[in-house]
Write a protein that binds this ligand. Structure first.
Ligand code: GRF
Length: 263
């Protein structure tokens, strides 16, 4: 197995993250602008997401602006970057499944309570989900295949399943997959659907089909520009991604009663 080439990697911030009192940890996966990540960054350790911090932001695109949002947050959030094609080029014989298990390994090292897919444009596979459920062991092969500014290099197998949730800009069963905003907008303008919306759902291997956690309709008007609808939709996303994350955290790791030790 070879290491990633210089062309595949770039130096990231290695500033140690100050110790945090947060007892609940998120790992957030992104591919792009990271506006939903920003909503989570802003909500950390506030009443919207009490006693919660983001342990790691993982991107599959080097140029994802969300990585900049993470490294410039206060305190800075560790980041990692691993893209499929450079991984496959650097590791002849490795497969898409190996890549997905490497992603799972990076996530598991942080021992998150919840994993949030916030604009993650890579189909989550069953092996990845099995690793997060703890039904599939992922061995640490002892060689870093990715670029990371996280200080946490422990190998880990979860002791209980780690929930994975995803934000998708459509109502349940509508417009699965990529470009859902534009496809929904065009379908509405053609009169094929009469309502549109966004949801946060639990992740299963079938794309955008896991159990919805929060569903919100987004108003749309005939003839309004796509950009106007899109802006309205994103504002709803920024609210529900935080609400759904809190709901799932409260299921898996409720806050301790005041005066008791953090779990
Ligand atoms: C969001 O609209 C999300 O619903 C979709 O991709 C977009 C990501 O935006 N899956 P951002 O990177 O969070 O700004």
């Amino acid at each position: 197995m070879s290491s990633p080439t210089d062309a595949d990697v770039q130096t990231t911030d290695t500033t140690p993250t100050p110790a945090t009192p947060s007892s609940r940890q998120l790992v957030v996966l992104i591919s792009g602008s990271g506006s939903n990540l920003q909503a989570l960054i802003d909500a950390q350790n506030t009443p919207a997401l009490p006693n919660t911090s983001i342990a790691l932001v993982l991107s599959n695109r080097k140029a994802a602006h969300g990585l900049v949002r993470a490294t410039t947050a206060s305190p800075p959030i560790p980041t990692a970057y691993l893209a499929l094609q450079p991984y496959l080029r650097s590791n002849p014989g490795k497969t898409r499944e190996d890549y997905d298990l490497e992603l799972a390994r990076i996530v598991l090292r942080e021992k998150p309570d919840v994993v949030v897919l916030a604009g993650w444009m890579h189909i989550v596979s069953e092996p990845f989900l099995e690793a997060l459920r703890g039904t599939r062991e992922v061995k640490d092969e002892g060689q870093e295949q990715y670029e990371s500014s996280s200080n946490n290099d422990e190998n880990s197998v979860p002791t209980s399943p780690i929930p994975v949730i995803n934000i998708h800009p459509a109502l349940p069963g509508q417009f699965d997959g990529a470009n859902a905003i534009q496809r929904g907008y065009e379908a509405f303008q053609r009169g094929e659907v009469d309502k549109l919306g966004v949801m946060v759902h639990r992740v299963v291997a079938e794309v955008d089909r896991g159990e919805p956690l929060i569903v919100r309709e987004v108003p749309i008007e005939k003839g309004e520009p796509l950009e106007v609808y899109e802006e309205r939709l994103h504002r709803v996303e920024w609210e529900i991604i935080v609400q759904a994350t809190k709901r799932v955290l409260d299921e898996v790791k409720p806050l301790p009663l005041e005066g008791t030790e953090n779990a």
